[in-house]
Each structure stands twice: as C-alpha cells, then as structure tokens.
Write a protein that binds this ligand. Structure first.
Ligand SMILES: NC(=O)c1ccc[n+]([C@@H]2O[C@H](COP(=O)([O-])OP(=O)(O)OC[C@H]3O[C@@H](n4cnc5c(N)ncnc54)[C@H](OP(=O)(O)O)[C@@H]3O)[C@@H](O)[C@H]2O)c1
Length: 259
C-alpha cells in the first residue's frame, strides 16, 4: 500500500481517529499535513511521531468553521508543497441537543464544521490534486440511525455522505476518487465525552467482541487512498464490527457535545 511521495492533508489530524489516520498514512510513506483547531501540543506530538517514520510533517492551525481559515490553510499548502494527493476530511464538532432544543447557532456551527468544511476543502483540494488524487470523508453511523441529542451531528453527517456521492461523480473525470467511511463507536477521548454508556455495553452490542479502534478506521481510510481502491467511488464504508446489523442495535449516545 505504498504512498511514498504523496502529500496528504488530514483535517483534525492531531488527535483520536485523525491522529491514527495521519500516522498510518505516514507509515505508508506519505508526507502529512496535520490540521487542528485548539490543541497545538497534540498536533506537534503527532507531527513528531509522523516524522519519526521518515516523512515530512507540517501542522496548520485553522478553525474549519471559517471559510477564510480554510482558504489560508490551502494557500499555505500550495506555497509549501505545491500539490495535494490525499484529502481526509475528519475534523468534526457539534452541539449535543435534541431537535426541539437546537438553536440556529448550534445548527450552523455543526453544519459548517462537519459538512460545509468538506465542500470548501474539496473545492480547494481539487485545484491542487493531480489525476489519481483521493478524498475520504469521515462520517458516522449517526448519519442513518437516530440517537438522542445527536440530531445536528447526524443530519450534518447525512449531508456529508450525500456530498461524497455528488463530488465522486463530479470529480471522476478529473481522475479523483471520493469516498467516505462511517465508524460505529470508536474508543477516543471524544467518545468518553459524549457517551455515558459503559464501554462494556458497546462491546456487548458488537458481534466482533471488541470496540472499533482508531487504527481500524485508519486502515480502511488508507486503503481508500491507494490505487488498489481506484474503482471504489462515492461509497460510504461502515466500520462497526457488525454492530449496526444486530437487533440489539448500536451504542446509544446519551450525553456530551461531539461525534
Ligand atoms: N469517536 C467516535 O466514536 C466516532 C464515531 C463515529 C464517527 N466519528 C467521527 O470521526 C472523526 C474524528 O472523531 P474523534 O473521535 O477522533 O474526535 P476528537 O478525538 O475529538 O478529535 C477531533 C479532531 O478535530 C479537530 N477539530 C475539532 N474542531 C475543529 C475545527 N473547528 N477546525 C479544525 N479542527 C477541528 C481537533 O483539533 P483540536 O484538538 O486542536 O481541537 C482534533 O484534532 C469525526 O468526524 C467524528 O464525527 C467518531
């Protein structure tokens, strides 16, 4: 699965699932650009880990809720690297409220980071991508399942998935592949924040008998970034150890602010 010589941007690539994706792409030889928002120390630590694998790693602080910040991030990428082969749209945030409790600010924030940012990043990335480029968006099972207080994030992920399909068709003639992945509950810091369910509950409702790890997601994303996956277009690959297929259903999200 060599990605030697490729340049990859992972939004929210500093922590959690994004960090695992950054490190997996670096292990396969790609130079990595790590976007983050608040925690510079995490971004620096992940960049150091990537560099230890023998690739270039560059960090860019940018709040993807702001269109101008996305523009300046891509200006920086163009100036420093001159190209982009891989875009992984992973950063996400969201307001955790039931639909009837949602206000316009929370709705807008969630939509801007989780859905609009992918559109804006894809528009700029496409200009830097040669034929053979790959885009992968990180969605969630909450795009199709209804969980308490996941309304805004779930709807934003549904929009993201539809965007994957439209962009896959629009960018196919340019030789750029666009796909997504939808993980179930993944063991990250974010999960602890928004789920009050005991870890054992998630394991119990996963037929494979363990929770999805960030590395499980990173492996599939990295495969989608290789030429071996070139005929996979506009698909959303579920990564949940079979959880969503069982009648006991997936982990119920009960509290918190992210997903
Ligand atoms: N964890 C799960 O169970 C789960 C399940 C399904 C899908 N997902 C999806 O997987 C992806 C990663 O989730 P995670 O659990 O790894 O999240 P996480 O641990 O909270 O990490 C979020 C990352 O996104 C960055 N970020 C947050 N807001 C941003 C903004 N406005 N602009 C730029 N960067 C921003 C963070 O940077 P800073 O640290 O600097 O703020 C961090 O690098 C998300 O798309 C999420 O919806 C997660």
């Amino acid at each position: 699965m060599s990605l030697k010589g490729k340049v990859a941007l992972v939004t929210g690539g500093s922590r959690g699932i994004g960090r695992a994706i950054t490190l997996k792409l670096a292990s396969e030889g790609a130079d990595v650009i790590i976007n983050y928002f608040r925690k510079t120390s995490s971004a620096e630590a992940t960049a150091q880990e990537a560099q230890a694998k023998g690739v270039r790693a560059h960090i860019i602080k940018a709040n993807l809720a702001e269109a101008e910040k996305i523009d300046s991030m891509f200006d920086e990428i163009a100036a420093k690297f001159g190209r982009l082969d891989i875009l992984v749209s992973n950063a996400a945030s969201g307001v955790a409220r039931a639909g009837l409790e949602l206000d316009t600010r929370g709705w807008q924030w969630t939509m801007d980071i989780n859905a609009r940012a992918f559109l804006l990043c894809a528009q700029r990335a496409a200009r830097l991508m040669p034929s053979g480029g790959k885009m992968v968006a990180i969605s969630s099972l909450g795009s199709r399942l209804v969980w308490p207080i996941y309304t805004a994030v779930g709807v934003s992920k549904a929009a993201l998935e539809m965007l994957v399909r439209y962009l896959a068709i629009e960018l196919a003639p340019k030789g750029i592949a666009v796909n997504g992945v939808a993980p179930g509950a993944v063991e990250t810091e974010a999960l602890k924040l928004y789920s009050q369910a005991a870890p054992g509950q998630a394991v119990k409702s996963t037929p494979v008998g363990r929770m999805v790890q960030p590395e499980d997601v990173a492996n599939v994303v990295t495969f989608l970034c290789t030429d071996a996956a070139d005929m996979v277009r506009g698909q959303i690959i579920v990564i949940d150890g079979g959880m969503s297929l069982t009648t006991s259903g997936p982990l119920v999200v009960e509290g918190g602010s992210h997903g």
